[in-house]
Design a protein around this ligand. Structure first.
Ligand SMILES: NC(=O)c1ccc[n+]([C@@H]2O[C@H](COP(=O)([O-])OP(=O)(O)OC[C@H]3O[C@@H](n4cnc5c(N)ncnc54)[C@H](OP(=O)(O)O)[C@@H]3O)[C@@H](O)[C@H]2O)c1
Length: 296
């Protein structure tokens, strides 16, 4: 394992915070960056600088001054419906910014790790392997797929692509919630919630994902990795597992079809990942839902 200096983008986000945790516990030299001030109390102020990934000068200045060996690029426009409604903003953040950072990494021989999504697939034949053919259905999904192609096509770039699915966990000052936390909080309040029964996903514990991202960097592994939780379930099954674990009533849950929800962006019906590659190469061994629920 070589010497590592890790630059994290999107460190205020859920995954970003977990990567910061891991760097602190493993004593990895890191620089955390995100747009605006540091909102994660465990991230030391002297290990943080603001970085707007859509600003090429800002990218140049921060990377030149820190000289990382690896970049874990978690920052993105992650609200899928927002992307559908603002395709230009989505393209700027999810595709153009990747091109700018990855080009710099190509010149400086820095390992660039892109976070991508199960949504690159159309969901007709999940669970998926790394070698399966993408067919993105939404603006968000296309922006991520195009970003994947950019890093694959930059000559000589050291890169990894980590695709993941419904990331969940606790974080501080997050700009959005996640399915499992949202469901837990709503069920605890006895609020009425609507969930779909015809979408299948493998929810991913954010700390497991962070572990895999850092592991790939430590091993300098190239190429695509599918990283998710171990089980593919329908959304209503996931919420029922939350309810059962915390002993909460399911009386106020309404189950709907995706078609009746009328969301802006189309979602793939069934994703989920086959994790053989990550298990074999990284020793990845994700936690089952109930083990993580006890830590939420
Ligand atoms: N969460 C999922 O279910 C899921 C599923 C598949 C793939 N992924 C991918 O995994 C990655 C991490 O996801 P996550 O759940 O950690 O997302 P997240 O919590 O939404 O974090 C993304 C972070 O990026 C930051 N950001 C947005 N625009 C930026 C900009 N122009 N410059 C700098 N920072 C910017 C956001 O800042 P603010 O907090 O200030 O808005 C946020 O902190 C993303 O690339 C996402 O596409 C996520």
């Amino acid at each position: 394992m070589g010497f590592m200096k890790l630059l994290i983008t999107g460190s205020n986000g859920l995954l970003g915070q977990k990567v910061v945790d891991l760097c602190l516990s493993k004593k990895i030299d890191f620089l955390a960056t995100s747009s605006g001030p540091n909102r994660y109390s465990k991230c030391p102020q002297n290990a943080y600088v603001p970085l707007d990934i859509t600003d090429e000068h800002n990218i140049q200045a921060v990377l030149t001054s820190y000289e990382p060996t690896h970049v874990i690029h978690t920052a993105a426009m992650t609200n899928v419906d927002q992307c559908e409604l603002s395709p230009e903003a989505c393209d700027l953040v999810n595709r153009q910014a990747v091109l700018m950072i990855a080009r710099y990494c190509q010149l400086q021989q820095i390992h660039f790790q892109l976070l991508s999504t199960d949504f690159v697939f159309d969901g007709a034949a999940g669970p998926y392997r790394e070698t399966d053919q993408p067919n993105p259905l939404s603006v968000y999904a296309r922006s991520k797929f195009e970003a994947e192609r950019i890093v694959q096509q930059l000559d000589g770039l050291h890169y990894s692509i980590v695709r993941t699915i419904i990331v969940y966990g606790q974080g501080e000052n997050l700009s959005r919630s996640n399915l499992i936390l949202w469901a837990k909080e709503a069920l605890e309040k006895g609020a009425s919630i609507q969930i779909v029964h015809d979408q299948f996903r493998a929810p991913t514990w954010a700390a497991d994902l962070a572990w895999a991202c850092v592991r790939i960097c430590e091993l300098d592994q190239q190429g695509i990795f599918h990283i998710s939780g171990p089980e593919t379930l329908s959304i209503d099954q996931i919420v029922e597992r939350v309810a059962a674990f915390y002993n909460l009533s399911t009386a106020h849950i309404t189950k709907l079809s995706s078609a009746s929800l009328q969301q802006a962006a189309q979602r793939p019906p069934k994703t989920g990942f086959i994790l053989d590659k990550a298990r074999a190469i990284l020793g990845y061994n994700p936690h089952i839902l109930e083990v993580t629920f006890a830590l939420l």
